[in-house]
Design a binder for this molecule. Structure first.
Ligand code: FDA
Ligand code: NAD
Length: 426
């Protein structure tokens, strides 16, 4: 026994929410669309989990951050899905996909059939065990990917006020969680293997600004090393962590953000994979014409760099989802996806945006001892990436526009002299 739908979205995260909104805008009929999610709640804006959700006062809680409030648009509550005849199958994981029969099998034993499938399964947090360290299932060790993780993190945090937290990983989760822990009056030490934080994006000079800012808030940094083992007490709680450099840090809690893996396992051997994700064309269509992929799980052609990329950011989840639905509902009208990569973060009073690609030579500009500064990346004679901290809406729009144009840059010294002015007049 099972149910049949025209469109099935597998996964109930950011991309699923934005896809549902686009289906409704384009006139999906009642009963045609269903979303199947392993999570027990309707799609929500995941970025809230490391920011507003962790605040000690007036924290963000559902239903306040359901999609699509992150784009200042309508909030899609469970009632909205009902009113639009969209079936939400929540708290239900899909365990296998039969592409020949066009069916999904859920863990509850139900078979759900589709005509068109949109894969929006996102990603999972990498576990320390995958790097040979055991013990990360202890009750005061936290990962952060979904609402259940965030709820657990809040309760662990509340049980160790004024205590010591060790944050493993110097990427997005590490930086955002460290800031939230400090705001909750917890002493934070960050540990990561690179020479500076945000190694995948920041230049050493940009990283140094944030590290100094964090230090001014009391955060300690231990760089160039990794965690090798946990000390556990008789209750199974971590009391200290040992590092490869031989040091040992007391810990009342540990937060781990060491990267993610896209959730592709249901499709291995069935779809073409690339860059750790499901390879799609400019219409978000996979190697099987009835299956589309969007969000963190999709490896799609980034036209402006003539390269297939898998991006792990909310803007690309929203836009790939909308584009897939446009391509499904109006195939003759929807062109090839043409995306300018966009990443951002907000911590403490700081806020930055990045557009494009961080390849090539970096030219810094602005006041690194003040509030507004940035950088351009110049690759093969063209400006390909722009970063700005502390900008205004107009300034962010200007760096986005300038990056999109990929202007030729002949004189790097002149670009450095013009700084933000270059983007404002491009
Ligand atoms: P997402 O992970 O949102 O959703 C995937 C869904 O699929 C989940 O509901 C999951 O349960 C479900 N699923 C997976 N396998 C399944 C199965 N077999 N059966 C049923 N359901 C299944 N980005 C950014 O640009 N700025 C930011 O500030 C932040 N902040 C941020 C904070 C935190 C804490 C995280 C974890 C991530 C961010 N991000 C971010 C990244 C951003 O949230 C991310 O890129 C999007 O959520 C990706 O959206 P997707 O819909 O692709 O996956
Ligand atoms: P990340 O890739 O940003 O950073 C991973 C960090 O872990 C790096 O510093 C890396 O060197 C370190 N690391 C790797 N292996 C390690 C090991 N064995 N021991 C110690 N450190 C190790 O990943 P993340 O911070 O875990 O974030 C997860 C996902 O969530 C990413 O997709 C990210 O884009 C997304 N996210 C984005 C934002 C944002 O865009 N503002 C915010 C939060 C999360």
């Amino acid at each position: 026994m099972g149910r049949a739908f025209v469109y099935v979205i597998l996964g109930g995260g950011v991309a699923a929410g934005y896809a549902a909104q686009e289906f409704v805008k384009r006139g999906v009929s009642h009963g045609e669309l269903c979303i199947i999610s392993g999570e027990p709640v309707a799609p929500y804006e995941r970025p809230a989990l490391s920011k507003g959700f962790l605040l000690p006062e007036d924290p963000a809680r559902l239903p306040s951050f359901h999609c699509c409030v992150g784009s200042n648009e309508e909030r899609l509550t469970p009632k909205w899905y009902k009113e639009h005849g969209i079936e939400l199958i929540l708290g239900t994981r899909v365990k296998s996909v039969d592409m020949r029969r066009k069916t999904l099998l859920t863990v509850t034993g139900e078979t759900i059939s589709y005509k068109i499938l949109i894969v929006a399964t996102g990603a999972r947090a990498l576990k320390l065990e995958e790097f040979g360290v055991t013990g990360s299932d202890a009750e005061n060790v936290c990962y952060l990917r979904d609402l259940a993780d965030a709820t657990r993190l809040v309760s662990v945090m509340q049980s160790c006020m004024d205590g010591n937290a060790v944050v493993i990983g110097g990427g997005y989760i590490g930086m955002e969680c460290a800031a939230s822990l400090v705001i909750n009056k917890i002493n934070v030490t960050m540990v990561f293997p690179e020479a500076h934080c945000m190694g995948r994006l920041f230049s050493p000079r940009i990283a140094s600004y944030y590290e100094e800012f964090y230090k001014s808030k009391g955060v300690k940094f231990i760089k160039g090393t990794v965690l090798t083992s946990f000390d556990l007490n008789s209750d199974g709680k971590v009391t200290a962590v040992s590092l490869r450099d031989g040091s040992k840090l007391p810990a009342d809690m540990v937060v781990i953000g060491i990267g993610i893996r896209a959730n592709t396992s249901l499709f291995e051997g069935q779809l073409t994979l690339e860059k750790g994700g499901i390879k799609v064309n400019g219409k978000m269509q996979s190697s099987n014409a009835s299956v589309y992929a969007v969000g963190d799980v999709a490896a799609f052609p980034v036209k402006m760099f003539a390269e297939t990329r898998r991006l792990e950011h909310v803007d690309s989840a929203r836009k790939t989802a909308r584009h897939a639905v446009a391509a499904i509902m109006e195939p003759e009208k929807a062109g090839e996806f043409d995306y300018l990569p966009f990443f951002y973060s907000r911590v403490f009073t700081l806020s930055w945006q990045f557009y494009g690609d961080n390849a090539g030579e970096v030219i810094h500009f602005g006041d690194f001892s003040g509030k507004t500064f940035g950088a351009y990346w110049i690759n093969k004679g063209h400006l390909v990436g722009s970063f700005l901290e502390g900008g205004t809406k107009e300034q962010y729009e200007a760096i986005a526009k300038a990056t999109r144009l990929k202007p030729a840059i002949e004189d790097l010294v002149e670009l450095e002299r013009q700084g933000l002015g270059f983007a404002l007049t491009a």
